[in-house]
Ligand binder design. Sequence first.
Ligand SMILES: [Cu+2]
Length: 187
Amino acid sequence: MRTLTTAGTIAGAVLTVLVGIWAIGNVVAVAQVDGNDDNIAVMDDCLPGDPGWNPTGGCTLKPHQGDVSTAEFNALLRSPLTIPPNAFLIGHPAWRNEPSHVTTRFGKAIRVTNKGGRGHTFTEVAEFGGGFVPPLNVGLSQAPQCTPAGTIPLPPGATIALTGLAPGLHKFQCCIHPWMRATIRVD
Ligand SMILES: [Cu+2]
């Protein structure tokens, strides 16, 4: 389904393609509006120093880079707008892929960088589903491709390059936080 080549860890590298920069007075606004770029950022906003993150790898963001405590993260895992006893996975919106849909041409590589402070994966799946951390699945069945052995860990700062994707629509997700999804269309 895919070929993954590890491009190595490029901590601090600026990989986001910036397609618009506007300077208004002292305010500089940067927008990423082009869905045709070849970079995807894997994002979170964990709160550095929150001991709640420590048992599962901590939070490597610098102070002021992240503001989401484990309590808030867990509170936003499920939607309260459900019919009991159902519970629907929503997941904290700060845990996300940007952009979450990319259109690219056959033969081009797509670089995926973890810009968050937590561990993630960027795993191709046949269908979106749960990951390998059952408490975060909230009713989703585990996607067969989401096994610890079948995924490439993407620690903070790491970059992987996706190459050799066949024409068509490809589905990727984080196998830890399964609401972190992305689609890549290869023309
Ligand atoms: Cu994740």
